[in-house]
Design a protein around this ligand. Structure first.
Ligand code: SAM
Length: 229
């Protein structure tokens, strides 16, 4: 409990962490990052491993990790803060409210890394690739912007594929065992993008247990023309 409290106190000090009162909707580039580089977000970032590692290898993109759990997010925020990384931020908010923090077309890519699978039918709406979430991603992504999903659950991957296809999205790549397919160490066709080698805490644990790691890349159709963009 004490450690959690210390982390919460420290989070308030970090200049790269924002909460519900964040005012950068529509002006992340201009007011926070102070450049025009693409913005890539990681949903359910936990300790922010993807966010921090992607940001350290691509200084020409901006990265924002989103998670509701402050004590986890603290890890990535501290690393980025201490390293003086100017292309990283963290948002401690519910993903359900994402449209309050980003404007239409403000994002270039969305990574969803090892989301809670929410297997029960009753909690289907909580799955981060269910229709209502896709609707918000569609609005926030630039036309053709990519969604990347990494998960240990083939059921979740299949559910996501079906939801995306029902949404008239394009599933660009789909694989239920990336290491078997050699993708853990190989780049995909450059026109399709790159499967990043970063292994999150969850991925490392699943790999130790022998679980297959699944990956999907998709894009969504442009939002209807009368949508408020
Ligand atoms: C299984 S963990 C994965 C963490 C990290 N991506 C990794 O691979 O190590 C899922 C994370 O998603 C976060 N999360 C789940 N649903 C969320 C929501 N609706 N809003 C914000 N965060 C959420 C949880 O707090 C948790 O940290």
């Amino acid at each position: 409990v004490k450690q959690k409290l210390n982390r919460y106190n420290e989070l308030e000090m970090f200049t790269n962490v924002f909460e519900g009162d964040c005012m950068y909707k529509g002006v992340w580039n201009k007011e926070f990052f102070k450049n025009e580089h693409p913005i890539i977000i990681e949903l359910g970032c936990g300790r922010g491993e993807y966010t921090v590692e992607m940001a350290s290898s691509s200084s020409n993109c901006n990265y924002i990790g989103v998670d509701i759990k402050g004590a986890r997010l603290w890890r990535g925020a501290k690393t980025a803060y201490e390293a003086g990384m100017s292309n990283v931020a963290f948002l401690r908010v519910q993903i359900e409210g994402l449209c309050s923090f980003f404007a239409s077309g403000e994002l270039s890519e969305i990574w969803i890394t090892f989301p809670d699978p929410q297997p029960s039918q009753r909690r289907m709406k909580k799955r981060l690739t269910s229709r209502r979430f896709l609707e918000s991603y569609q609005l926030l992504l630039k036309p053709g912007g990519r969604i990347h999903l990494k998960t240990d659950s083939a059921d979740f991957l299949n559910f996501s594929k079906t939801e995306i296809l029902n949404f008239n999205g394009n599933v660009i790549y789909y694989n239920t065992n990336i290491y078997e397919a050699g993708l853990g160490s190989e780049k995909l066709n450059p026109s399709q993008g790159v499967v990043s080698l970063i292994q999150t805490s969850y991925e490392k644990r699943y790999l130790r247990e022998g679980t297959h790691i699944c990956y999907l890349m998709a894009s969504l159709p442009a939002p209807p023309a009368n949508e408020d963009r």
